[in-house]
Design a protein around this ligand. Structure first.
Ligand code: 13P
Length: 252
């Protein structure tokens, strides 16, 4: 059965001590839930990964990075490689977030390399895709998302693809308070699963977790997660407040 996943993307937020407190509060809250119905992934800033991995040891929570280099090693000042993440026991990495595409000019071609490097080092990619408002208004949103997925993921073998999590994050919904309606999100998630069926077949598509991201919060998560092709969320702002993040985790 495909996994329900709630992942928190902290982006560039929190001091070290605030980050420690937030992780401890999330772990305390999870302890009180009999059987969490979702896998939980916390993606703090890279500087805090070591602390985060130490705190979640022997808990069901996983830690993810927010980005990594497409290169294996060498003279790439400021970069972090997939093998470094693996050596720190970091299990996931968000790749292709729209903020990285926009502010750091990440291209589909680079993302294809990053996905390869992550998988080669047993780091599970949370691959982000999503359209601008203008692209949706022009009726081009499905083509945009299809292109992003085909260009960055469809060179993978079926065995490799089976380790990828997809996150649909419409850019117009990120940090804006405007969520895609459950119907809009479901329509795109169903479309994405359909493309995956076309490339890799029904069995793999049915196992692929497709998360929704973009102003998903404690109030709207339940309605979104109730949709058949929405397998959880990639949460920004609401992941910075333990109580809200825990409510989202309980929204299945
Ligand atoms: P918000 O939940 O703050 O809209 O951010 C979503 C996001 O970008 C997660 O990666």
């Amino acid at each position: 059965m495909r996994k329900n996943i709630v992942a928190g993307n902290w982006k560039m937020n929190k001091s070290f001590s605030e980050a420690e407190t937030l992780i401890c509060d999330i772990l305390d809250g999870l302890d009180k839930i009999d059987e969490p119905l979702a896998d939980v992934v916390i993606c703090p800033p890279a500087l805090y990964l070591e602390m985060a991995v130490d705190l979640i040891r022997e808990t069901p929570v996983c830690i993810g990075a927010q980005n990594m280099s497409q290169f294996a090693s060498g003279a790439y000042t400021g970069e972090i490689s997939a093998s470094m993440l693996q050596s720190m026991e970091v299990q996931y990495c968000i790749l292709g977030h729209s903020e990285r595409r926009k502010y750091f000019n990440e291209t589909d071609a680079q993302l294809a390399q990053k996905v390869d490097s992550a998988l080669a080092n047993d780091v599970l990619p949370i691959f982000c895709c999503g359209e601008e408002l203008s692209e949706r208004e022009a009726g081009n949103h499905q083509n945009v998302v299809k292109g992003q997925i085909e260009n960055a993921l469809f060179h993978l073998t079926p065995d490799q693809f089976a380790n990828v999590v997809i996150a649909y994050e419409p850019i117009w919904a990120i940090g804006t308070g405007v969520t895609a309606s459950p119907e809009q999100a479901q329509e795109m998630h169903e479309f994405i699963r359909g493309i995956v069926v076309g490339k890799y077949g029904k069995a793999i598509a049915e196992e692929t977790s497709i998360l929704y991201g973009g102003s998903c919060n404690a109030k709207n998560a339940k309605e979104l997660f109730a949709k058949p092709d929405i397998d959880g969320g990639l949460i920004g702002g609401a992941a910075l407040v333990a109580e809200d993040f825990l409510t989202i985790i309980k929204s299945f």
